[in-house]
Structure formats: structure tokens, C-alpha cells
Write a protein that binds this ligand. Structure first.
Ligand SMILES: [Zn+2]
Length: 125
């Protein structure tokens, strides 16, 4: 958890970052030929190989994220009432980043209690 986002979103972010890095390296490598001529070809070769590996890795991450999201549990977020997906027993809502859990032992409030709390809160105002 680096970015305080849901796991699926985080996978997508890493995939995107790797794709950008891969493309950047390939472009830089190709630009190397233009700037340094013959000696730039080595840089271009290295850049292309690393770039290609990064792109392949990002593809794998995208594929993995796709596989994971099919097994993800879809549920309505008790906080923002949007339909979100969660991976594993604990994950964050994709929209409001609220930590959600399916494990009753880890939950601080249940959905019903939350409903009650917000209802009471609204009633007090
Ligand atoms: Zn939410």
C-alpha cells in the first residue's frame, strides 16, 4: 500500500507507470542515435531492450489485475454508497478510500452500525 488506494487501482497505476517508463526509455534510446550518432546505437539498443521488458512487465501486471478483478468481491461502499470492488478480506474503497473489511473481527463498525450512526448524526443536526 503505497498510495492509499484500492488494490486494483494500485495495480493499474503500477502498470501505467511501467508502460510510461518503457516507452520513455525506447524514445530516449532512439533519440540517442540522433544525438550521438554511431555510439548512440548502443544506448538505443539497451534502452529498447529495457523498455521492451518494462512494457512486457506492465502487460503482465495489467493481465494479473484483470484476473484479480474478476475474482474481486463487488459490494456497495457503506461510506459513499458507490459500487466498488475489493480484493482479499481488507481493501480500500475505489472512490472514497475508506478501508473496508469482510472480516468481522477486524471491523470497528458494521454496515448496520454505520447506517445507524449516520442516521443519528443526521438527526442531531
Ligand atoms: Zn466509498
Amino acid at each position: 500500500m503505497f498510495f492509499k488506494s484500492s488494490k486494483i487501482n494500485e495495480f493499474r497505476l503500477w502498470g501505467l507507470l511501467l508502460t510510461m517508463a518503457g516507452m520513455g526509455l525506447m524514445v530516449l534510446g532512439t533519440a540517442g542515435i540522433v544525438f550521438w550518432g554511431q555510439s548512440g546505437k548502443i544506448v538505443a539498443g539497451i534502452g529498447l531492450v529495457i523498455g521492451l521488458i518494462a512494457m512486457l512487465a506492465s502487460l503482465a501486471i495489467y493481465f494479473w489485475a484483470g484476473m484479480l478483478s474478476t475474482s474481486a468481491v463487488q459490494l456497495e461502499c457503506p461510506e459513499c454508497h458507490k459500487l466498488t470492488k475489493m480484493l482479499g478480506k481488507t481493501d480500500r474503497c475505489m472512490f472514497c478510500k475508506t478501508i473496508l473489511t469482510l472480516d468481522p473481527a477486524q471491523a470497528t463498525v458494521t454496515a448496520d452500525e454505520l447506517e445507524q450512526l449516520s442516521a443519528e448524526h443526521a438527526g442531531n443536526k
